[in-house]
Design a protein. Sequence first.
Length: 414
Amino acid sequence: MDDADVEGLLRELAPQVLGALLRRYDGLDACEDAVQEALLDASAQWRAGTGVPENPRGWLITVAARRLTDILRSDVARRKRESAVFVATPPSLLVDPPAVPAADDSLALLFMCCHPALSPSSAVALTLRAVGGLGTGEIAKAFGVSEATIGQRISRAKASVRAAGARFTLPSEADLAERLRIVMQVLYLVFNEGYVASAGASLVRVDLAAEGIRLARLLRRLTPADAEAAGLLALMLLTEARRPARVSAAGELIPLLDQDRSLWDRTLIAEGSALIAAALASSRALGPYQVQAAIAAVHDEATSVDSTDWEEVLALYSLLDKVAPSPFGTLGRAVAVARVHGVTAGLSVVASVAADPSMARSHRLYAVRAQLREMAGDAAQAAADYRVAATYATNLAEKRYLERRLSALAGGEP
């Protein structure tokens, strides 16, 4: 195995190893720290010439159990108390097959990391660490913040999980749907932060987007009958397929309408399109990820902007407004309305979003309105909107694009 294969194997095994420890001993904080130390040991030893052991999962569980013993014994020394049951249990026992399938452990771990008591940012950080197997430094680098900040965020998340009395079990049948929705929301946040970085100079963070897709594949394997989980994965694949055409060689943003579609990843498009088609055919309840994936599929399967089935896009956005109404979905519908019924009709839809106080400082509102006003030939008003959009944009690549559009309208170079 090369280094990349070892890294992939460790990330795949991380939630299984943590699940094995949690199922036997509970205590997310200490168990997760022990697993991280075991992963570091494995990364160093397996790449140093010893190679991957015959039973890598068993190796990791044994090492993590020993690290957990050390952690708890250290805690005992500090707090003058000891868990006699734990100390008496040989770590080698943990190598035995778990009482439940490893898949169940991974799913239970996802639910724990995405507990309703956590803020979205805390849930994302904890999921990347515990389920994704990423180190604190890797997560900090991905989000462009200090390692100390991520460390504090993860510590607070663990404390919140503990305070909420979260258990390492699957939710009850009554709570399952809502809890699964939260898990999908967290995974989409991971992917979306990679695809459109919320701040910083780079438009994309490829490692985060890739991790979001990997975790969505895991969720899809764990919940094969859930059409919305399939829709989530399909949406990520169909969106990621456009990434090669989305950024110029100079790092500048290229919007969907101007992209060179020959650069799109046709393998991802084929996989995502097949996945959403199968999900829609079997779905008993349409969810927002299914509808958004269907919209993405229509765009990805078109050979040009003009050949896009805009009436289908409009119908799907109208459906999305009913399934999961949001101002950002309505902005997408406004663009489709402009393509089908004319710019004036599209601007009327945008006006309904502009009336929402929560969108007052949204650069996307002003960017969409600027685009439609530019299509209508209203250069002055479009320039005014581009100027406001650039002011509110927090990602530098997006800000530069909006400033270029403003410059072009003012008579400068696009």
